[in-house]
Ligand binder design. Sequence first.
Ligand SMILES: NC(=O)c1ccc[n+]([C@@H]2O[C@H](COP(=O)([O-])OP(=O)(O)OC[C@H]3O[C@@H](n4cnc5c(N)ncnc54)[C@H](OP(=O)(O)O)[C@@H]3O)[C@@H](O)[C@H]2O)c1
Length: 288
Amino acid sequence: MGKQDENPKHPSSSVALIIGVTGMAGLSLAEALKNNPTISGGPWKVYGTARRPPPSWFPSSHVDHYITFDALDSTDTTQKLSSISQEVTHLFWVMFQRLKSEEINISNNSTMFKNVMSVVVDSNKGRSRLRHVTLLMGTKHYMGPVFDPSLVGQLIGHDPPFKEDSLRLPFPNFYYAVEDIAASYSPAVTYSVHRSSIIIGASSRSLNNSLLTLAVYATICRHQGLPFRYLGNKYTWEHFCDMSDSRVLESNNNGQATTDRPRTKHLNGTKRRCFYMEELVETVVRNL
Ligand SMILES: NC(=O)c1ccc[n+]([C@@H]2O[C@H](COP(=O)([O-])OP(=O)(O)OC[C@H]3O[C@@H](n4cnc5c(N)ncnc54)[C@H](OP(=O)(O)O)[C@@H]3O)[C@@H](O)[C@H]2O)c1
């Protein structure tokens, strides 16, 4: 513990609580906060959380404390976070659960976010130091819940390029639900929403690691002598995609959270280069 932490009158000025620190985005964010001397708002004290204990590859220098809890379980969330809840100044929500329908996604993701906000803000009854919440969301905000099998053929999304202020689609969407919960704490707690498309990064604990998935599949094809068949659909093969490196993305997300006067904002959080899937597949295969 640093000197500031030992004196309750002078707690660390910037205290981050990263929910989902072992995911692609969480890992890069923790690295940026702890190890990038040019990052704004520092020095940072970082609490990194995940449901499971850290994997062997997780660098302990990325966090001051690693906490495990199940955000779906309100008792566990309260037990694990209440002792630090009055310290936290910035909450970074860089996790999600995707299940078999969007209704379940809404229920689970809302419950997890509410459980954490309840400990960090509500239970502290006016003594919370939380200033800003950063929500990493995605472009399904504009496309709708494309993975819900019951909505196949029904979704009509916005045409790209996506605009932050476009109207919400008339379909259930867990991004809308989480955003609305954050809005209910504003203006006392400001929030920013960052909408990325594909993210690439180093974690093997991410639900969606598109590049890693492609690389593993290509390796298996090569090992077995099988042809590489693109597993996506015709649309994604024939249209432009964009992708963000989680390291670049997290520098940007952090910048929005730690200005002197963080404001409520909605941003297409993409540091992108546009490409066709064919180009990406060729690059992956060439580098195996
Ligand atoms: N991946 C992409 O390509 C992509 C693209 C666009 C937008 N996004 C958005 O970016 C955000 C972050 O994505 P990501 O891919 O970085 O996330 P992710 O890696 O899948 O997040 C996983 C993290 O969340 C933790 N977690 C999951 N369930 C938990 C629970 N019940 N309690 C506590 N921790 C739990 C995991 O811990 P355990 O492993 O221990 O469970 C892990 O640390 C999401 O909102 C996502 O929609 C992602």
